[in-house]
Ligand binder design. Structure first.
Ligand code: SAH
Ligand code: SF4
Ligand code: F3S
Length: 436
């Protein structure tokens, strides 16, 4: 018996697909890269932007034919999309070839649902509204190479006005610190993972709901002091909550990655206010300065939305100037996509799609130029790096400050190990290096 999982969206979904794979393997299923061979096909969906939703619907609809030729095939749809009532109803009524629909809060019940569906030969359409802590014993088949994802919080309380996540993922809940540390200890003991990435929509608010003084800084410290050579990463940091204490802890421990993902979204104070981000451009730049003071070698990455309702040409220019001023190692750039029932979707002055496209193009060009410059400056420098993957004869490594380096003529035995790399050249922002 074979299974095939198609995952859309963020790392949270990637990790949840590992849990679904774990449950399927416990039931005796084996992974297949070919949909045609599968007995169970799962779509783990995302609804952050319209494009993500449309792609998923298109691919789910395209399976009708396969199901017709193979009536015993089980098709499941889960993740963030069915957490919206409208999507759940659409899947139920318009996609009768889908057998199981479930959400993010009852994901750990998937084995049971699958077995019931097979036994009773009945469709199962069930999502839960409230966030829950997924049980610590949920099986997992990890698929991210030398990296292991570890959930620290579920849900989000921030209600940025453009964002669907708090509506589909529910209120923020933190996992108890001892449970997280136990999971990390087990991962390190297995000696299969050299990198641990802590996951939460806003990792900096970890512990707020536990009301026992637990903080993200303490969690970072308690993991960083564990034995063994490993890299500790985390995402995502909301700028409003990244306290000095967190930055100081990162600076104190070499094991914590010096690439900090700190999404700014916009460089304009008017837009930041309308987005309900609860910080200003000046505050954000002050946080960046503090990070650079404590860790001159730190790399920063960010997310930006262009074309938020009411964004004027000047607002957009403010975003460009902030991007230049910070100098990001990596930037993820999006055109605003209205999401049903979020406050921004009904704001006046929605921006024309063509304007959004032009703006995102300009931003991409700016960032490409900055990255090319930045890459040139790395030539001749040495960095400590983790060798992450070996593909087509090329070893890829990521430095402590988050630079991706490609190394030719190296051994694949190095994957999972740390070492020194020297940057020898850069082509269109791609760094080439050698071992030292
Ligand atoms: N919790 C994380 C990730 C949120 S989703 C955070 O706060 O950073 C990842 C990114 O998608 C966001 O940072 C934002 O830049 C983008 N995004 C969210 N909603 C969007 C929308 N409606 N349209 C376009 N981009 C959006
Ligand atoms: Fe969405 Fe904002 Fe929460 Fe991130 S912090 S998930 S952007 S509401
Ligand atoms: Fe998408 Fe859900 Fe992540 S909406 S971005 S998969 S939390």
């Amino acid at each position: 018996m074979f299974y095939h999982i198609i995952t859309y969206g963020c790392q949270m979904n990637v990790h949840e697909s590992e849990k679904l794979a774990g449950m399927l393997e416990n039931l005796g299923y084996v992974s297949t890269p070919k949909k045609e061979d599968a007995d169970v096909i799962l779509f783990n969906t995302c609804c952050i932007r319209d494009t993500a939703e449309r792609r998923a619907y298109g691919n789910i609809a395209a399976l009708k034919k396969l199901k017709k030729n193979k009536p015993d095939l089980i098709i499941g749809v889960c993740g963030c999309m069915p957490q919206q009532d409208s999507s759940k109803t659409y899947l139920e009524t318009k996609m009768p070839h889908v057998d199981i629909v479930f959400g993010t809060h009852n994901l750990h019940k998937f084995s049971e649902m699958l077995q019931n569906c097979l036994k009773d030969k009945k469709r199962i359409i069930e999502t839960w509204g409230d966030s829950v802590l997924q049980p610590a014993n949920t099986p997992m088949t990890r698929t991210s190479g030398v990296n292991a994802w570890v959930n620290i919080t579920y849900g989000c309380n921030n209600y940025c006005t453009y964002c669907i996540v708090p509506y589909v993922r529910g209120r923020e809940i933190s996992r108890p610190m001892n449970e997280i540390i136990e999971e990390v200890k087990q991962l390190l003991k297995s000696e299969q993972y050299s990198e641990i990435t802590l996951l939460g929509q806003n990792v900096n608010s970890y512990g707020n709901d536990l009301k026992d003084g637990t903080t993200f800084a303490k969690l970072l410290e308690n993991i960083a002091i564990l034995d063994g050579e490993f890299r500790l990463k985390f995402m995502t940091s909301h700028p409003k909550d990244i306290k000095d204490e967190v930055i100081d802890t990162i600076a104190k421990y070499k094991k914590i990655s010096r690439l900090i993902h700190l999404p700014v979204q916009s460089g304009s104070n008017a837009i930041l206010k309308a987005m309900n981000r609860r910080y200003t451009r000046e505050y954000y730049l002050e946080r960046v300065n503090y990070i650079r003071q404590q860790m001159p070698d730190a790399g920063l990455s960010s997310d930006i939305i262009v074309g938020f309702p009411g964004e004027t040409e000047q607002d957009f220019l403010d975003t460009l100037s902030l991007v230049k001023e910070v100098g990001y190692s990596n930037l993820y750039m999006f055109m605003y996509s209205p999401r049903k029932n979020t406050p921004a979707a009904s704001m006046p002055n929605q921006i024309d799609e063509l304007v959004k496209k032009e703006r995102v193009k300009k931003l991409i060009e700016l960032q490409r130029g900055l990255m090319r410059e930045n890459a040139k400056q790395s030539i001749g420098k040495k960095y400590r790096a983790l060798f992450e993957e070996f593909k087509d004869g090329v070893l890829s490594a990521v430095t402590d400050c988050g630079k991706l380096v490609f190394i030719n003529n190296a051994s694949k035995e190095l994957v999972g190990k740390f070492g020194e790399v020297l940057i020898t050249s850069a082509k269109s922002g791609r760094l080439i290096g050698e071992l030292v």
